[in-house]
Every structure is written in structure tokens, then in C-alpha cells.
Design a protein around this ligand. Structure first.
Ligand code: NAD
Length: 283
């Protein structure tokens, strides 16, 4: 892809949600590096401040506390910043058996991963339509394209984000607004250590269990996102093996479902092995 990223983002104003950690930090850094003025927004205000303080020009970064589940707060931030670009990136995950997921956890993941994105769209899209320009970039996941078990609630929310993004894009195009959805496989961020339920825990759950040896470097991923957005593409699916798996799944859905059943079994076995090992060392 040959696009002039600096020319696209230079001087533009962006809000990045979930900018206190992981991909949000990398996106903020890449955007400021390309000359954009970025509001690093996160529920964790200290983390957002650390991100903003750690980034130097040519653009600029400042921090804001934002809970994406609070529609009024999202609207207020959008109103005050009037962003050219909105990155709906904040997200949470739960990993484990679905029978162990509480209703409160279902609500939490729907609130952050779906409603959080809806709040961003509801606040920024009308503004962009009125202005006749702007871009909304939603962070979904490979889990938004393929159905991996044991992260079932996450998969549901990310499918919703993919659907929202692709549908909105077809509406937005004639109004001068771009919509992009990004679908990475595992990226090396703190999320890989979060959200375990029941007997499941450890990075191996998200990595080994799903056949991923090396998660993507967030900085590399962020550069890919910026290139995709600058080229106003609908979707980024990365890395290459994930892209191949996704295409395969579209042609051979039955085969991929069978494989997914195999992955679930493998993950359960891995967790049982680990639990036994822990029991032995505790005895
Ligand atoms: N890391 C991966 O392997 C991976 C893969 C695919 C997709 N994603 C998606 O990328 C996005 C970023 O994830 P990450 O890996 O950087 O995770 P992360 O846990 O490192 O960062 C997520 C950030 O979101 C913030 N956040 C959580 N709830 C919030 C809320 N209600 N309002 C505002 N901020 C909130 C957290 O405080 C945190 O700083 C998520 O949407 C995630 O689902 C991650």
C-alpha cells in the first residue's frame, strides 16, 4: 500500500478511546507521529495522562478521562474536540466457559464493546455528516469475523462492531465520511492478561490455544491501521495467516467450524494440564 500517511493525518484532530494501554497507546503515538492532534481518552485517567505525556510531536497529545459507556460524556468530548477522526478502540474481554459468565459480565462487555462504539458513532457521525468529512475507525477483532469459542461474549460484540461498521460505511460514503473497521488477531497488549473467568487464565489461553505463536507488535499494527485509514479502506484483517484463515472460513464454513471445535478442546486440555500442574506443586 503506498499512501502518504503524514499528508493524510497531518494537522487533523483525533480522539482515540482506550488510549491508556496497548493498541490505544500505539494508535495515539502513530497519529501524533504523523502530525495529528490527539485526545488520548481512557476510563483510567492516569493511564491516559501517561500516554499523552510519553508522546512527542510533530503533532500533539493531551489526555481526557472518558468512560465510553457514558453516552453524555462521549457526546460532550466530541462536541468540545470536534474531531476529524474518531477511533472507537476501548474494549474488554472475557475468556472462559460461557456457563461461568455472569449476567453482570455480559452487560459489561455489551456496554463497553458495543454501546461504547454506538455512543461514539451517535456523537461523531452526525457532526461529520454535517461537515461533509471525517473518519470513524472501529477496533473490532478477528473475533468479529470468525467464531472462536470460550470468548463467546467477546465474539458476539465484535461481530456487532463489524456489522455496524460495514453497514454504516455504505451509508456514509456519499456523505463524505469514511468508516473503517480493523480486525487484528492477537496483539501483544495487556488485554491478553485480563478477563479470565472460571479455571481459565494465562496468556497461553489467547495465544497457544488459538495457534498464535507471536502476537502482533502494537506499533506495527498501528502503522497498518493508519495506512488502511489513509487509503480509506473498509477493513483491515491482519496478520496474513489470520487473513488466510478468514478467507478460508468464507469458502469452507463447515471445515472452519470443525477446526474451532478442535481449538476449544485444545484450550480446555491446556487449562486442565496447567491446573493439574498447579495442584501438584501446591501439594
Ligand atoms: N490485544 C489483542 O490481542 C486484540 C486483538 C483484537 C482486538 N483487540 C481490541 O483492541 C482494542 C484495544 O485493546 P488492547 O489490546 O489495547 O487492550 P488493553 O486492555 O491494553 O487496553 C484497553 C483500554 O481500554 C480502556 N477501557 C476499558 N473500558 C473502558 C471504558 N468503559 N471507557 C474508556 N476506556 C475503557 C482500558 O482502561 C484500557 O486502557 C479492544 O477493543 C480490543 O478488543 C485487541
Amino acid at each position: 500500500m503506498t499512501v502518504d500517511v503524514d499528508a493524510h493525518f497531518g494537522g487533523k484532530t483525533a480522539i482515540v478511546t482506550g488510549a491508556g494501554s496497548g493498541i490505544g497507546v500505539a494508535l495515539s503515538r502513530a497519529l501524533v507521529g504523523a502530525g495529528a492532534h490527539v485526545v488520548c481518552a481512557d476510563l483510567d485517567e492516569m493511564a491516559a495522562s501517561r500516554t499523552a505525556a510519553s508522546i512527542t510531536g510533530p503533532g500533539s497529545a493531551r489526555a481526557a478521562r472518558l468512560d465510553v459507556t457514558d453516552a453524555a460524556a462521549v457526546q460532550a468530548l466530541v462536541d468540545s474536540v470536534q474531531p476529524d477522526l474518531l477511533f472507537n478502540n476501548a474494549g474488554i474481554t472475557f475468556g472462559g466457559e460461557t456457563e461461568d459468565l455472569t449476567l453482570a459480565q455480559w452487560d459489561a462487555i455489551i456496554d463497553v464493546n458495543i454501546r461504547g462504539v454506538v455512543h461514539g458513532v451517535a456523537a461523531a457521525y452526525p457532526l461529520m455528516v454535517r461537515r461533509g468529512s471525517g473518519q470513524i475507525v472501529n477496533t473490532a477483532s478477528m473475533g468479529g469475523l470468525m467464531a472462536a469459542g470460550l470468548i463467546t461474549s467477546y465474539v458476539m460484540t465484535k461481530h456487532a462492531v463489524v456489522g455496524l461498521s460495514l453497514a454504516l460505511r455504505t451509508e456514509a460514503a456519499a456523505k463524505g465520511v469514511g468508516v473503517t473497521v480493523v480486525c487484528p488477531a492477537a496483539v501483544d497488549t495487556p488485554i491478553l492478561d485480563k478477563g479470565y473467568i472460571g479455571r481459565f487464565h494465562g496468556r497461553d489461553f489467547y495465544l497457544k490455544g488459538q495457534g498464535v505463536r507471536h502476537p502482533l507488535d502494537p506499533a506495527v499494527f498501528a502503522e497498518q491501521v493508519l495506512e488502511t485509514v489513509a487509503a480509506d479502506k473498509a477493513m483491515l484483517v491482519t496478520p496474513r495467516p489470520a487473513r488466510i484463515a478468514w478467507r478460508l472460513g468464507r469458502f469452507f464454513p463447515g471445515f472452519v467450524q470443525k477446526q474451532a471445535i478442535g481449538f476449544v478442546a485444545k484450550q480446555r486440555k491446556l487449562q486442565d494440564k496447567r491446573a493439574k500442574k498447579e495442584l501438584r506443586s501446591a501439594a
